[in-house]
Design a protein around this ligand. Structure first.
Ligand SMILES: Cc1cc2nc3c(=O)[nH]c(=O)nc-3n(C[C@H](O)[C@H](O)[C@H](O)COP(=O)(O)OP(=O)(O)OC[C@H]3O[C@@H](n4cnc5c(N)ncnc54)[C@H](O)[C@@H]3O)c2cc1C
Ligand code: SF4
Ligand code: SF4
Length: 422
């Protein structure tokens, strides 16, 4: 099936919601909307010339490792499951407030602050809660410690940080970018197309990701506590301790709602869209540095946060070492077992992807091109029941959820404008 623009990508549920197509469309015809049950998705707003430029920026339809075998220093045994890994560390931010408020050990924020404070970088493009719709996310360019501190913590709801790439391209000096694996993959595609952007990306920090629940997930979670979006003044999905709590502060003096992170994630994960179930990159393989949780050991009550950080490139290695020397972070070396035992769920998901894609192809649905992830070799490691489940489970889910049809969404202002123009 031929996809003619990112509108088709979204309609066939292949969009990952990164926002890069907004930056990629020279005609400025792509707009993002939050489809409550799916995620942040593009709509073509106006006449599309079918130039397909937007598709060149899109990680939803294609993500490829081009030179995985020639990345110098990458551990050969880790490539199949985790992409290029030069070093593995565990550590935390030396700034206690950053460490406390962040998701894990605050390494993503601490390294970004090092780049701004010691490397002369202009700021960090990343995700934060929207000012007046705290249950939604926006893309922000943070320049100070307070701004970075405000945006610490993972937000388990749609975010499209690549819609702000123009701000990096136009910045007076290089910037840090923080995003999920699909956001980082989109950034790398955009860098190939726009040399000005590439020159100004000082560092790409990826976070690990098992999938982004749709906005409906957050709304249904609020509903469980008899709250609505309009009641919310602020939501944090975790942080304020490790792994922290999901906390919704409410307007009008009502007491805040608070449940443990694990309970919130247990509820929200059911709202992950199809594209996340097809995603083999859980650990930001295209980043310079990627951060996740060191779940490989039990976390004691009241323990302060730690992050696992993977060095992916020489640039990442140099910056991490310099941040350590400058006292921004504390680090100790970790081994491959720490990675595998922390993120076994991500590896198991990767093993199922080849079968899931086969299930979709059997139904003649379009699938993303995912090259360099050793998908078949990983799938072969499943037992017979796992192999069957990966194919048949996907077919069942597609039929049950009506995914043989295009996802249709109607945007009232666009429809109105079209009607007026007729
Ligand atoms: C949807 C989602 C799924 C995740 N799944 C896993 C997982 O399976 N395993 C695991 O170990 N870790 C997962 N994480 C990452 C983990 O929660 C931490 O973000 C990571 O450990 C980094 O912690 P930190 O303390 O270094 O980050 P912090 O210093 O707290 O910084 C977090 C950074 O992430 C950015 N951010 C927050 N939410 C989003 C978002 N939705 N999209 C893009 N950027 C965002 C913030 O802007 C901030 O810059 C997930 C995160 C998200 C958002
Ligand atoms: S994955 Fe990103 S670039 Fe592709 S359609 Fe979705 S928002 Fe646009
Ligand atoms: S699972 Fe993959 S596609 Fe989904 S949000 Fe995470 S990185 Fe993006």
């Amino acid at each position: 099936m031929r996809l003619k623009n990112v509108g088709d990508v979204a309609a066939w549920r292949l969009c990952a919601g990164c926002g890069a197509c907004v930056y990629g469309c020279k005609e400025k015809k792509v707009r993002l909307v939050d489809i409550e049950e799916d995620g942040i998705r593009p709509v073509i707003d106006g006449y599309c010339k079918d130039c397909k430029d937007c598709l060149d920026f899109c990680p939803g339809i294609e993500v490829s490792h081009k030179n995985l075998d020639s990345v110098p220093g990458a551990a050969p045994a880790l490539k199949k499951g985790w992409g290029p890994v030069l070093e593995i560390w565990e550590g935390y931010s030396a700034d206690p407030e950053i460490r406390f408020k962040s998701s894990s050990g605050g390494l993503a924020s601490a390294i970004a602050l090092f780049c701004i404070g010691n490397r002369g970088m202009h700021g960090v493009l990343h995700t934060g809660a929207k000012d007046f719709e705290a249950w939604k996310n926006g893309t922000v360019l943070s320049r100070t410690r307070d701004e970075v501190l405000l945006r610490t913590g993972s937000r388990y709801s749609p975010a499209s940080p690549c819609d702000g790439l123009e701000r990096i391209e136009k910045a007076p000096s290089p910037c840090v970018f923080i995003g999920k694996p699909c956001d980082i993959a989109a950034l790398r595609k955009a860098e190939e197309k726009r040399p000005g952007l590439k020159r100004n990306v000082g560092l790409a920090i990826g976070i690990f990701c098992a999938g982004t629940p749709s906005t409906r997930g957050t709304l249904e979670l609020l509903k469980k506590f008899k709250a609505a979006a309009s009641d919310v003044s602020d939501i944090r999905y975790r942080g304020m301790g490790w792994p922290g709590k999901w906390v919704a502060n409410l307007n009008w003096g009502y007491p805040a709602i608070s449940i443990p992170y694990s309970e919130a994630w247990g509820f929200l994960q059911k709202f992950r869209p199809l594209r996340c179930h097809l995603c083999p990159d859980g650990t930001s393989e295209f980043a310079d540095l990627s951060c996740g949780d060191p779940w490989h050991r039990e976390i004691k009550e009241g323990e302060q946060g730690y992050s696992l950080v993977l060095v992916r490139t020489e640039k990442g290695r140099k910056i991490l070492r310099a941040a350590l020397d400058a006292g921004y972070v504390y680090l100790k070396k970790a081994g491959p077992a720490a990675l595998k035992n922390s993120q076994d769920n991500l590896l198991n998901k990767r093993k199922a992807i080849w079968g899931r894609l086969l299930g979709m192809k059997m139904l003649f649905l379009p699938t993303p091109a995912l090259n360099g992830f050793s998908l078949y070799e990983n799938w072969k490691e499943l037992d017979r029941a796992g192999k069957l489940r990966s194919v048949l489970g996907t077919i069942k889910r597609i039929l049950r959820r009506g995914y043989l049809r295009r996802l249709k969404y109607r945007i009232p202002e666009i429809l109105e404008r079209k009607e007026r123009a007729q």
